[in-house]
Design a protein around this ligand. Sequence first.
Ligand code: NAD
Length: 703
Amino acid sequence: MSDAAPYSVRDGIAVITLNNPPVNGLGAALRTGIKAGMDKAAADASVKAVVLIGSAKAFSGGADIREFNTPKSFEKPSLPEINEAQDNFPKPMVAAIGGFAMGGGLELALGCHYRVAAPKSQLALPEVKLGILPGSGGTQRLPRVVPMAEAVRMMTTGNPIPAEKGKEYGLVDEIVAGDLLEGAVAYAKTLVAEGKGPRRIRDMKAKLDGDLKAFFAAARAEVAKASKGYPAPLEIVACAEAAATKPFDEGRKFERERFAVLVETVESKALRHMFFAERQTSKIPDVPEDTPVRAIKTAAVIGAGTMGGGIAMSLVNAGIPVTMIEMKQEALDRGLATIKKNYASTVSKGRLKQEEMDKRVALITPSLSMDGVKDADIVIEAVFERMDVKQDIFRKLDALAKPGAILASNTSTLDVNAIADVTRRPQDVIGTHFFSPANVMRLLEVVRGAKTAKDVLATTMKLGKTIKKLPVVSGVCDGFIGNRMIEKYGQQSLFLLDEGCSPAQVDGAAQKWGMAMGPLTMGDMAGLDIGWEIRKRRAQERPNMVYSKIGDRICEQGRYGQKTGKGWYLYEAGNRKPIPDPAVDKIIEDYRKEIGVKPRQISDDEIVERLIYALVNEAAYILEEGIALRASDIDMVYLTGYGFPAYRGGPMFYASSVGLPKVVEAIKGFQKGYKGGEWKLAPLLDRLAKEGKSFTDYDAAKK
Ligand code: NAD
């Protein structure tokens, strides 16, 4: 029998074991094996029933993602064909669910006539998270065993339910506390002894009483509100309604049609791109995934300010003890108080237990001495953004840290190589660029210095995952991937103000397009003085730098953003809602007069194109210079760190879906407009457009 699905018989019960580690993805070999096992069991008169079982970790995680977009995914039998064979199977089939049954894995279990599950197992139809729906009968079978409201909830959120809930709803017939296989075989024998035959879900009625119309109207309203314009959740409701109103085969046909529509939507394509892009980020061509890593059991964080505090929280949240070092007692006290306040707010919302908070806080050892770094396996520096200060710290770290300790800097703009080079161990130095608030934001740019050792990179990437971040590798350059791009985006936002837009118009257009917030609101949140400082530094480094001085004018008025109650907008005490401010309009008007610009009407489309294509063009440079390993990494940076809308898949995916020739044409148009000299078309973008290729093609060719 097939290795992918070993077959055995125990006391008249055939056992087909799914064996496709790590998650029993339903790849071609496994599907063939299951079907072969079923045929054998059907033909053997001594077999009275069948048990389908996976591993303790996973019954099945659904489609095998390794076979996505390959001919294997189309090989027969397909999952729907297996489901049909299950429906027509002459003997009772029992699914024995351990670990989890997800997506196609749960559809396989729903094709079985009975289901038993281990107590801790989880059941889900998460297809909605990829912008699609359960396409192998899931939308038709689930509401026939689970009450409709729960079935709709499971399918439209994609969230798993534990086996106990499954039992309560009717999805699971029995919870098996002991050995799952023993229990499943015993259950199958009981079925046989009691003369119970196949119990096909397709023959059941959907579990919904009362007024169907009213139920689905309410479900649609609720789901529409939560689905934020994504089409899949509402299509799922339509399929669930079909399950309640149409015969099974018609419902299946409807489900197939809606699936085919969803698969082609930009939203689903973007979500699927993101799913794969996320998995790519950990692949570093010259650092194999089995590179030995250094053990990280303890950490030290230098600086207990905005970032240091958040970084310390991320570490202790993962159980890693942290020594937090400051220069002055007040700063240390303030830092610790902020950490406690943040935790207390989570406790008050019921999302963290008080004991857990106490445990985490106890893992932080405050210290005023740099000696606190001596035992640390990793030291993360988060002090002021000044090269002299950072180099001074790294000299001290070189003298004090134990051999082999990783020395990391949280700098957002400074040259990691210049920091590494003041030490005698530049191979142990790396950048860990967290995003604010560091305990919340998922993105972590891991900055690989020229001399960073491979195992240091591998260890830092692993640590990033341990502390629940999404680590993305970046080379060394000013601003790394994300902030280098955002500079161009910010530059356009200010040029747009010069030319005639109001801050609310720029932000409104960006937000309507899908950005979590517009560039000026974002500036107010981050603090406008930070950018001002950077501009002052850059003005010295790059004497020919072209920029709008409108940002400086705002800062000169002491308007630093939310923290001063005013920036591009006004803020009421304790409120983050930006309120347009006539005083800002006046500053902008005066500036336009100063530079001799007559304001013009600018469309939302132009605003969005200029902002987003500025990102894309700079990203193409970043890609060609090898600062980012792949275009999809850049997408992940923007999706997880900059509030880029998931349904647009990130700037590179978006540009590719618009078509690179169109992007190039627009940029050429901007070159003729205001400050057009700032639009220097990236050679890579130009080349790909001419070759009729996309950034996805570029990534694929590099593999
Ligand atoms: P911050 O001013 O809030 O905190 C810096 C802390 O470092 C202060 O508490 C200060 O007392 C302490 N410090 C300074 N010199 C020290 C020394 N020699 N020893 C011990 N402590 C010292 O600044 P922040 O916003 O947390 O930024 C810290 C670093 O993180 C900077 O490099 C910054 O560029 C970077 N960063 C900031 C953000 C952000 O949004 N704030 C985002 C990413 C990265």
